[in-house]
Structures are given as C-alpha cells and as structure tokens.
Design a protein around this ligand. Structure first.
Ligand code: PGA
Length: 247
C-alpha cells in the first residue's frame, strides 16, 4: 500500500489565480512522486485544478434536493473528485455530530468517493485520559452500519496538535511513538468492527502540524501511512518535501 499525503487547504487561498499557482507549483515539484497525493482545495476551485488527484473538504449526505448551500457526493464524483474529508475537527467544533458524519460517509461510499474520516481527541479529553474512549466512540458513530468500507482512510488528528495555520508554531505535539500506539489502537478497533484483514488494508494517516521537519520521525518511528497536512500544504516547498519523505 502506498503512503497517502493529503493537502487540506482549508479556506485558502482567496483567489482562483492563487489556487492555480499553488496547485501547479506543487504539481511540478512532485511529478515523479510514488506516494499517493491528494489535494483538497475549497469546493469552488475543484473544477479548475487539473493534473493531480482531488479531494473535497466535506460533502452533504443527501444526493440532491431542497438543501440550500449544500454540495453532494454525486456532484463531486461527477466533476472527477476522488476523495472527501469527513468529520474534520474544525467542522465538528461547529456542531457536527457523529450521526451526520455517519450519513456523510455512507453517501460518499454510495457515490464512489473515498472518505478520509478524521478522528481525534481535544486537549481536555487528552488531559483527562479519555483519548481511547473518544476514538472508540467517534469510530463507532461514524461507521455504524457502514459496509463495503474498503476505500476508507482514517486520519488521526489530535485536535490540540492542529496548527491553526502555521505548522511551525505549535508548542506541543504527540511523539511519533505515541502516534504509532494510537494508530495501532485504531487498527485494533477496526479489526473488532470488521475483520483483521479489513483493518490491515485500511490506511491510517496522521494530521496535526505535520511538516517537512517532523514527517520523517512520524513515518519511521510512528509507522504512519501518510499525513493530512494543513498549514504546510500551502507551502509547496514544505509539502513536496513531506511527499518525498513518504515515498
Ligand atoms: P495542520 O492542519 O497541519 O495545519 O495542523 C491539519 C488539519 O487540520 O487537517
């Protein structure tokens, strides 16, 4: 299985021209990369960015209808999008529920999109020693009744490690060893929910201030299978270095 590097541009950049420049800069730098790379720009840029695999940052859970402002999984599939991030902590913070995340996963799979399910504890939960319970509940909630989830990726993102824009400014990050243990815990949960064979074939990636300086440690000592990169994905030099390290 190839490692998977996902660029989560969040709500950046603010113009189509900048988006194209950023995209093309990244594209040139990773031309010969053997790791799998997915770029997740804001929805409006998806149709104009060509030449790398695309992902959306969310999708609605109904296919069509009277849902003002929403974008469905079949619409994304139709314009060539392959992946979709679901359950990102920044959306959970705005009131997202496990129930809705579950519906989004189902609609993504129905449409033939590959969901990247984000799970992770916040600072308070970490301090209280609740990380495993949180992960267990998030996975059980998101995957309740979900069959045929071979195309799933799980992104473990400790909320307290997410950069807020500058991946080099965070004061505290989980050690690679800790991330490795948490990934094993997630894989065991998946094995309990599905089967060992299923769990062994699911990629579990890490997100939270990953950058060109710490990626190697997470890969080597945490055995992560890739990254969900926020801040550093807006810096082509950094992002391409992460991609190269993940080959
Ligand atoms: P970060 O963001 O790399 O800037 O911490 C990761 C994410 O939120 O997906």
């Amino acid at each position: 299985m190839k490692n998977l590097i996902v660029a989560n541009w969040k709500m950046n950049p603010v113009s189509q021209e900048e988006a194209k420049n950023l995209f093309n800069d990244i594209k040139q730098r990773i031309e010969s990369a053997t790791a799998e790379v997915v770029i997740c720009p804001p929805f409006v840029y998806l149709p104009v960015l060509k030449g790398l695999t695309l992902g959306a940052q969310n999708c609605f859970y109904e296919d069509k209808g009277t849902f003002t402002g929403k974008i469905s999984a079949p619409m994304l599939k139709d314009i060539g999008v392959e992946y979709v991030i679901i359950g990102h902590s920044e959306i959970r913070k705005m009131g997202e529920t496990d129930e809705k995340i579950n519906k989004r996963i189902k609609s993504a799979l129905r449409a033939g999109l590959k969901p990247i399910l984000c799970v992770g504890e916040n600072y308070e939960q970490k301090e209280k020693g609740e990380t495993e319970t949180v992960l267990k509940n998030q996975l059980a909630g998101a995957l309740s009744g979900v069959k045929d989830a071979e195309n799933l990726t799980v992104a473990y993102e400790p909320v307290w490690a997410i950069s807020g824009g500058d991946p080099y400014k965070t004061k505290e990050l989980p050690t690679a060893e800790k991330v490795g243990k948490t990934h094993s815990y997630i894989r065991n949960l998946l094995a309990d929910m599905y089967s060992k064979e299923f769990a062994d074939n699911i990629r579990i990636i890490y997100g939270g201030s990953s950058n060109a300086g710490n990626a190697e440690d997470y890969l080597k000592n945490g055995k992560v299978q890739g990254f969900l990169v926020g801040g550093a994905s807006l810096k082509p030099d950094d992002f391409s270095k992460i991609v190269k390290l993940a080959e």
